[in-house]
Write a protein that binds this ligand. Sequence first.
Ligand SMILES: [Zn+2]
Length: 305
Amino acid sequence: MNPPGDIMAYWYTCMTIMVFALGACIGSFLNVCIYRIPREESIVHPRSHCPACNTLIPWYWNIPLLSWILLRGKCRFCKAPITPRYLIVETITAVLFVLIWLKLDWIGNPLLGLTPMHNAGLVPVYWLVMSGLILGTFVDFEHLIIPDRVTLGGIAAGLVLSPLVPALHGVTGPLESFLKALLGAAAGWGLLWGISWFGRLLFRKEAMGFGDVKLIGAIGAFLGWRAVLFTVAVSSLIGSIVGLVLVFTGRKAMQSRIPYGPYLALAAILWILWGTQWWDAYIRFMMPEPELPAGPVQWTIPYNP
Ligand SMILES: [Zn+2]
């Protein structure tokens, strides 16, 4: 028995449950934004109402996750189906909030091979980034646009928050962090703008929306230039595989437009959770360090238990 350890484990479990609940609530708010921002409605007023029968939804039927499950995805009043997107967004947000929280190395052993982080200030910043990426993804799925509030707002937020939380770019000085954010945004914007310009030249049609260019700019401002390279490479890989599967299974024609924003968002999320580790492994694989020549002197004494 180790009482302090038990107390820590208890506290840790409670906090994790609270983080999950917070994520579900933020997911619920994101659902409102996903519905209202593309329709240019206010996100605070009026209160939630059923889009089919217009009945105001009382708070006890508006509880994240639980309400949708208890109502089995139907309006309590008119029985109109409620899109499963509500449940999906709330679940994804809650799970991602917990994964960010679990990245903190001083809380416990990082699970799932998450890249450990030490600075607690990163937690709310990453939560914000995750929320923006989820919002952009689901609006892009439904409307094939990514709102400027996510992309340009994201670039501005990244440039403002980087000097406040320099750990975001792995540095200690605010100015250095700001410059890295600027470099990241410029690298992202420049790279995708270049690719889209080249694509237009090659295919004589719009290969990529400008929203995607602005989105990778925001990703770069928060996560730096390495994240930009990773995100562009991984998103095109996943996007090509999914695109080919959709074409071969007859769900999409070769020429149809597939939103690219969700793949950028997915790759950026992978970067936040595991990216730097994968990056280091890749660099080691491409540029192995020269092995030290075997010398006659043995510096370490072999330990025999
Ligand atoms: Zn209704």
